[in-house]
Ligand binder design. Structure first.
Ligand code: ADP
Ligand code: MG
Length: 354
């Protein structure tokens, strides 16, 4: 439905030009929910602005349903936009806000009204048509903004950090609702966020960006299980990333010998050990393994993140059940579970294992 081919955008003049998007290729299929994820400044907003027609290209093409959008103005693209600061019109009531796009498209009044009521039902604000937007909570305003974006039935809905202003609890609830809603409506969605949790809960596919380029694209589970690089792994919040020399079925690291999956690339690599793969054992049981001191524990629902200070090498994060978590200051041994070890390509600038 949406194709970006070799899209490049630069800002600034020659000498201090900055490439915000660098030869980006991206496809979004009809009914697909794609979430673009990346640190601040990686080009996410620019990507959406390019698709909307708000940002001219320095190279490449944007196609919607196969038609090149060069020269097609914003209001002719049939895309809906919802930004972080959702900017409702404060002087209009809820109905007036939701009907905005319908008025622009010259939809008759009684049909506008019917559609507004339908949308307010849809976003969980039935009967809110006459309410003042200033009197709504942040979450309610977000729903109004969503209803407004959906009203003209855009072929593609684009969301830029849509839930960024809301507190975590509300965000987590809204994200689940949004996914259900989009699934029911069959909406094609391109959303951007810097929050991994949001992206993974919302998307059929996540696209991780770095410095104007796509670092990885894949189903949430796939990206979570097999980050393509140390950058992606770290961005997802994995901190057990270490230089390694892989030989056969094991890798040598500052943390000692770590088993690697069969068929792993050999030689100088980078290793990711997910916290679940860091197994705590009695110090004596870690035969030839790693001895550590428990530096901190953080409760995360029914699991505990345990930060370990090894005898050698950087700190290591382990994860265990509520009742198995050792005390702070305790001496523990560590063994590694191969199913949570991922071999990543060595990145430029990383030091060797030795
Ligand atoms: P993100 O949304 O991922 O935070 P942006 O797409 O907003 O990133 O920005 C990508 C890069 O382009 C950043 O380095 C940013 O400073 C730059 N940039 C974005 N918009 C402009 C602009 N209008 N003028 C100059 N530089 C810009
Ligand atoms: Mg942005």
């Amino acid at each position: 439905m949406l194709t970006l081919a070799d899209v490049t955008v630069r800002f600034g003049e020659r000498k201090d030009a900055r490439t915000a998007l660098h030869a980006v290729d991206l496809e979004v299929a009809e009914h697909e929910i794609v979430c673009v994820l990346g640190p601040s400044g990686s080009g996410k907003s620019t990507l959406l602005r390019v698709v909307a027609g708000l940002q001219p290209l320095d190279g490449g093409r944007v196609l919607l349903d196969g038609a090149d959008q060069a020269g097609v103005p914003v209001h002719r693209r049939g895309v809906g936009l919802m930004f972080q600061d959702h900017q409702l019109f404060p002087q209009r009531d809820v109905g007036g806000n939701v009907a905005f796009g319908l008025r622009m498209h010259g939809v008759p009044r009684d049909e506008q009204r019917r559609r507004v009521e339908e949308l307010l039902d849809l976003v969980g604000l039935p009967g809110a048509r006459r309410r003042a937007v200033a009197a709504l909570s942040g979450g309610e305003q977000q729903r109004v903004a969503l209803a407004r974006a959906l009203a003209p039935r855009p072929r593609l809905l684009m969301l830029d950090e849509p839930l960024g202003q809301l507190d975590r609890g509300l965000r987590e609830r809204l994200v689940v609702e949004l996914r259900l809603l989009f699934g029911r409506l069959g909406t094609t969605v391109l959303a951007v966020t810097h929050d991994q949790g949001e992206a993974f809960a919302l998307a059929d596919r996540v696209v991780v960006m770095r410095d104007g380029q796509i670092a990885q694209s894949g189903a949430p589970l796939e990206v979570w299980q097999r980050p393509a690089s140390a950058f992606v792994a770290r961005f997802l919040g994995f901190d057990n990333v270490v230089a390694a020399t892989v030989g056969g079925a094991a890798a040598h690291t500052v943390w000692g010998r770590i088993p690697v999956p069969a068929g792993s690339p050999q030689g100088e690599q980078t290793l990711l050990v997910r916290p679940a793969g860091v197994r705590l054992v009695a110090p004596a049981q870690a035969a030839g393994g790693l001895r550590c001191t428990v530096e901190a524990r953080t409760f995360r629902g029914s699991r505990v993140a345990v930060l370990l200070r090894p005898d050698s090498g950087p700190v290591l994060e382990a994860e265990c059940g509520l009742h198995e978590a050792p005390e702070e200051g305790a001496a523990v041994g560590v063994t590694f579970g191969v199913e949570d070890v991922v071999v990543l390509p060595r990145e430029e600038g990383e030091r060797g294992a030795s």
